[in-house]
Ligand binder design. Structure first.
Ligand SMILES: Nc1ncnc2c1ncn2[C@@H]1O[C@H](COP(=O)(O)OP(=O)(O)OP(=O)(O)O)[C@@H](O)[C@H]1O
Ligand SMILES: [Mg+2]
Length: 376
């Protein structure tokens, strides 16, 4: 459906910029643009717009949206602002707005935003979402995710996102030495109303291509993240990244189960210390098997700290589990600790180590699979 767009923007220069963006966006006709809201409200109707882009920072935002809603009862209203003000979101929704986009934005970002808010979601992207699940804590999961994300980004030059959904004891921020002003709590609070593209500002960049949505700063904030909102965050983030890696709390809990359900692939991660880990993994596999008929496609097993490290040990573990082994990581405690002390990745400190090799191998498998999927 073509959108007949009415634009109200109080800043003259921004009005010019956004007008050009709208004109070049697919399926968008800019039918009217105004620097004055009084003109937009008074004169805009003759152009029959069905989509309004409204600058909500120049006036009392709730009043403005109420007025536009009255004047254009059936149009979709998307608010625009240079900064996201979470406190006003619920008032704007009540007044009749469908969403919010941070400006300036590109034609593609506008199209994605309109698709989200006009059609009620359903973003078409080929992002691969991977959840990293471990039956017990201290499995090496966070170390694996961080290094794997770096490896995927370097090999593909594609954007890679990490979501730390270990809501109570998320340690990705510590791992990357980040002190985020926004975390998954704020993202979950705002995700419904915020354009997916604007969700990007909640992710903290750690390199050109890798960014992290950090976990809660305080374990007591866990209650602030509803599962439904967490799922909205993940789905919105699909439009931002080519690869999305999700760290979840150890064990079966609402967050880890929902992250596994929503992911394209779930990695079961365990440290190969003694016999218990294998039992835990076997039990976890059987629980997933009960729910997923296509378990072999959706579930991959990775053992960390495997010694002796090599193909022989990998097939031994495979036989013991009765399930294919996606990858094994060697025990590189010194390297991993040294990296953590320096706030760097093990991959960078020793690019020719066995650990880097193992991670690179895993990344290659993921990329190959994704390329096959994209060309289908
Ligand atoms: N391949 C490895 N070899 C040796 N030690 C490792 C390896 N990977 C991680 N470790 C060490 O194991 C400990 C746990 O690692 P990590 O924090 O990545 O695990 P986790 O599963 O995310 O733990 P948590 O349950 O606390 O979230 C850390 O001290 C880390 O340095
Ligand atoms: Mg962790």
């Amino acid at each position: 459906m073509a959108h007949n767009v009415l634009l109200y923007e109080s800043n003259r220069i921004m009005l010019g910029t956004l007008s050009n963006v709208i004109k070049s966006a697919p399926n968008c006709n800019l039918v009217a643009s105004y620097q004055s809201h009084t003109d937009a409200l008074g004169q805009g109707k003759v152009f029959n717009p069905n989509l309004l882009l409204i600058d909500v920072e120049s006036q009392d935002a709730t009043w403005l949206i109420t007025e536009f809603r009255k004047a254009f009862p059936s149009a979709i209203i998307i608010c625009m602002g240079e900064r996201w003000q979470a406190d006003s979101a619920s008032h704007l929704v009540q007044a009749g707005a469908s969403g919010y986009i941070i400006k300036p934005f590109s034609a593609v970002e506008l199209k994605d935003t309109i698709d989200t808010f006009a059609k009620g979601g359903g973003l078409e992207t080929s992002c691969k979402v991977m959840t990293f699940f471990s039956p017990k804590g201290k499995s090496g999961k966070t170390t694996l995710i961080a290094n794997l994300a770096m490896s995927l980004a370097r090999k593909t030059n594609e954007p890679v996102g990490i979501i730390d959904a270990d809501l109570q004891f998320g340690d990705m921020a510590v791992f990357f030495n980040l002190n985020p002003s926004n975390t998954i709590v704020e993202a979950a609070r705002d995700a419904d109303f915020l354009a997916p593209v604007s969700l990007q500002s909640f992710f903290v960049p750690v390199t050109d291509n890798v960014s992290v949505l950090c976990g809660t700063r305080n374990p007591s904030l866990i209650d602030r993240v509803a599962i439904k909102d967490f799922e909205t965050v993940v789905n919105s983030a699909r439009s931002l990244f080519k690869y999305l890696l999700i760290d979840v709390p150890a064990g079966f809990n609402p967050t880890s189960i929902s992250a596994a359900e929503i992911a394209d692939v779930t990695y079961l991660v365990a440290m190969n210390n003694d016999g218990f880990e294998k039992q835990h993994i076997r039990k976890a596999i059987s629980l997933f098997e009960e729910d997923w008929p296509d378990v072999k496609d959706r579930l991959k097993v990775v053992f960390t700290r495997v010694e002796p490290y090599g193909a022989e040990k990998s097939s031994e573990l495979e036989n013991q589990l009765g399930f294919p082994m996606e990858g094994i990581l060697p025990n590189e405690y010194m390297l991993v600790s040294k990296a953590a002390d320096n706030g760097r990745m093990a991959l960078d400190i020793a690019s020719d180590s066995r650990l880097s090799d193992a991670i690179s191998h895993l990344a290659d498998k993921i990329i190959r699979h994704q390329v096959r999927r994209d060309t289908l």
